[in-house]
Write a protein that binds this ligand. Structure first.
Ligand code: MN
Length: 731
């Protein structure tokens, strides 16, 4: 086994191969610093810990990254696993290196726990969002590659978990960045742990036939080289068997056995110029029979990840098909190392010049055409323009919020009840203020209490998302209704006094009705509430009454004059008929009509209610505060809304729906069921949704006789520990 020093020498040699002007003093210093700080730490396989950063640096050197990247690779675990700090590294190696190390550390601290497909794309995006510098992600990929290479010493559970992450996150990123060679190795290593049986089947079949395959590949290679030499085209040609995971995918996607897999072999012909590429293509098609429809010109039409080559599949004399990829040396470097190959040309550019640093990657991304990639680019661009932030829930799900978002935005993005009962927040385990600005990768935990007072007015200024702001506004509108009514009333009365109008004039039924009808308010309280929360002004309200009172006085005068002329007495209008309906509902002016209770708000006796004449099914009864019975709705079809009230014989059971928001824990369901049964109330339906943030939301339908019984049940449920909020569901 090579000594640590031998490994370091090997690293230096690799760097000299591509970057003779690298800062070898600093690289040596970084190696010694990491070695000193990791000290006697050992890896699972018993080797000194320093072998890991050395190997990661080796991979980074093979990617031909710059001197800073190699230093950062050597130092990449120092902040996380030793007593070294960002400041110390910045002092010795400069802020550029320290920034990269810190970026890699942040990615290392991210622990994916979720396994849902939709989350994966988010995680990939977040990785990018967190890596302000593309070198961070390249080093992280190298880190992952070495860890996967040495995964056999880990527990089976960790092997599967890391293999899954690698397959879902890191291999796709390597692909997006055009790093085919690393992508293949990551896929093969992942497959080994994700499907050991399938992996063994393929690798042992490949091994069994190795001699046969090598003989075949040598023969083909010779034939091609001989022909190209005749044509005086300078060339490098080699053959390979396709990698196990790509064979695996073909076997499983097409339900084939190993022997039925069509093309196992690929040959590469690397030449100097693009013109040579096309000449080689002609020579190959002359030597072997091309398979129709398999020729692809990725030189004229590069792949989304900037990959360029000519591909063709041909059949040899013995009937074995194989693929030939033809490309220039430059195309080859890009195919193997993707964005990393380009990084080489970026050396010397100030890394704080974001525009230039990202120029190539932006170009790469703009080339991606499929819809999935489009979304990916969008999110990447968004990150470049800094208007989104990705944070974690305590259980590892990713949530994205507008840049500048605070814990308040996070809380409301889970559920309005969580926001409304929020008392504090922790970020990465530490208490923070409500106005703390969230950063990419933060783990955010919301603290709640059922005795929380609710949002305060200044939250409106702190919250960045329109979702949070509108939920806060709603809370002020709804929960503070009584307060708003009281404030609105006093403002209105003061204004009224100022105008010299007595309250008795306002509440006279004919005046009140006429004033309110053209507005969106059904009652004086609604008008007061609107004045209270600032949606309407007392001045406007009083003005309406003034106008109406003046009009009425005028009409009265005219009527008196008229009455003096003609003494005829018109018959008084009939009072509206009151009709009893079978469900304890009195519908004014309609007899024998069918009554049903609206599913959206499930009213019970004691609720303020209103009826809607439906098309063909009689009257549907809503709670007056149901969003479906809002003033806007009533204005749309004024003729269909009708006054209804509860009769005296409401002895039936009424089904009504509740939503219970809780902090999730064991036995919640039992506690809620007990609370309900203690009140002697039946449960008609019960559903629960748990959120990944540690909350549970119960949706229940219970049968109650009236509002009083319902209130008792709600109070009982609310008193259960960990229940945050109980609300009646509406719409
Ligand atoms: Mn590492």
């Amino acid at each position: 086994m090579a000594t640590v020093e031998q490994r370091y020498q090997h690293l230096e040699k690799t760097i000299r191969g591509s970057n003779i002007s690298a800062d070898f003093n600093q690289i040596r210093a970084a190696f010694e610093y990491a070695q000193a700080h990791h000290g006697s730490q050992l890896r699972r396989d018993g080797t000194p810990y320093i072998t890991h950063p050395l190997n990661v640096a080796q991979i980074v050197a093979e990617m031909r990254l710059d001197s800073e990247s190699i230093q950062a690779a050597l130092l990449h675990d120092c902040i996380e696993d030793t007593d070294s700090t960002y400041e110390d590294i910045a002092k010795r190696f400069g802020t550029a290196v320290a920034d990269i190390v810190e970026g890699v550390t942040k990615l290392t601290r991210v622990h994916w726990t979720t396994m849902e497909e939709e989350q994966m794309e988010n995680l990939r995006k977040m990785l990018f969002a967190m890596s302000r510098d593309i070198r961070v992600i390249l080093i992280k990929i190298a880190d992952r590659l070495h860890n996967m290479r040495t995964m056999e010493y880990q527990t089976p559970e960790k092997q599967r978990k890391k293999a899954f992450e690698t397959m879902e996150i890191y291999a796709p990123i390597a692909h997006r960045l055009g790093m085919q060679k690393i992508k293949w190795e990551l896929e093969d290593l992942s497959l080994k742990y994700l499907d050991p049986i399938g992996y063994d089947e393929i690798t042992s079949a490949l091994q069994e036939r190795q001699e046969e395959y090598e003989a075949f590949m040598d023969r083909v290679q010779e034939e091609i080289v001989r022909r190209l030499d005749e044509l005086k085209i300078e060339n490098t040609v080699y053959g390979r068997v396709k990698h196990p995971y790509s064979i695996y995918r073909k076997m499983y996607a097409q339900d084939k056995t190993f022997d039925e897999v069509y093309d196992l072999f690929a040959f590469r012909v690397i030449v100097n110029t693009v013109a040579d590429c096309y000449n080689v293509l002609g020579a190959i098609h002359d030597l072997y029979k091309p398979v129709l429809g398999r020729f692809k010109d990725y030189i004229a039409m590069p792949k989304p990840n900037m990959y360029q080559s000519l591909h063709t599949t041909v059949i040899g004399d013995d009937g074995i098909p194989f693929e030939v990829q033809i490309r220039t040396y430059e195309m080859h470097a890009i195919a193997e190392y993707g964005v990393a190959a380009h990084w080489k040309y970026k050396q010397g550019i100030q890394s704080d010049n974001k525009e230039q640093t990202y120029e190539w990657i932006r170009r790469l991304l703009e080339n991606q055409e499929d819809a999935d990639a489009e979304d990916f680019i969008h999110n990447l661009k968004v990150d470049m323009f800094d208007d989104e932030v990705y944070v974690f829930t305590p259980r590892g799900d990713v949530t994205n919020l507008p840049a500048g978002a605070t814990p308040i935005d996070f809380a409301y993005s889970i559920h309005s009840a969580i926001g409304n009962s929020m008392t504090g927040a922790k970020v990465n385990g530490r208490m923070v203020g409500f106005d703390y600005v969230l950063h990419n990768g933060d783990i955010v935990e919301i603290l709640t209490s059922k005795s929380a007072k609710g949002p305060s007015r200044d939250w409106m200024q702190i919250a960045k998302s329109s979702e949070a702001r509108s939920k806060i506004r709603q809370w002020f509108k709804k929960e503070r209704r009584d307060e708003n009514i009281a404030n609105g009333r006093s403002a209105f009365e003061a204004e009224l006094k100022h105008a010299g109008i007595p309250m008795s004039a306002v509440v006279a039924p004919d005046i009140l009705e006429k004033v309110l009808k053209p507005t969106s308010f059904n009652t004086l309280d609604e008008m007061y509430a609107a004045i209270g929360y600032g949606g309407y002004t007392a001045q406007k309200a009083v003005h309406r009454f003034q106008v109406e009172l003046a009009a009425q006085q005028k009409a009265e005068k005219a009527a008196k004059a008229e009455a003096a002329k003609t003494a005829d007495n018109k018959p008084k209008p009939q009072p509206p008929k009151r009709t009893r309906s079978e469900k304890g509902i009195i519908v004014e002016g309609l007899s024998n009509c069918l009554v049903k209770f609206a599913k959206c708000c499930t009213p019970v006796p004691g609720d303020d209610i209103i009826g809607f004449i439906t098309r063909g099914y009689g009257v549907s009864v809503h709670r007056k505060d149901c969003p479906n019975a809002s003033p806007e709705h009533q204005k749309e079809e004024p003729g269909r809304w009708i006054t209804v009230s509860w009769g005296e014989d409401t002895h039936l059971n009424y089904a009504t729906a509740l939503e219970v928001v809780c902090k999730d824990r064991n036995n919640l369901l039992v506690d809620i069921s007990t609370a309900i049964s203690v009140c002697k109330v039946g449960v008609a339906n019960l559903n629960v949704r748990t959120t990944s943030d540690g909350f549970a939301i119960f949706y229940l339908t219970i049968n109650v006789t009236d509002r009083q019984q319902l209130d008792a049940v709600m109070t009982k449920i609310h008193n259960i520990p960990d229940v945050i909020k109980v609300t009646r569901t509406a719409a």
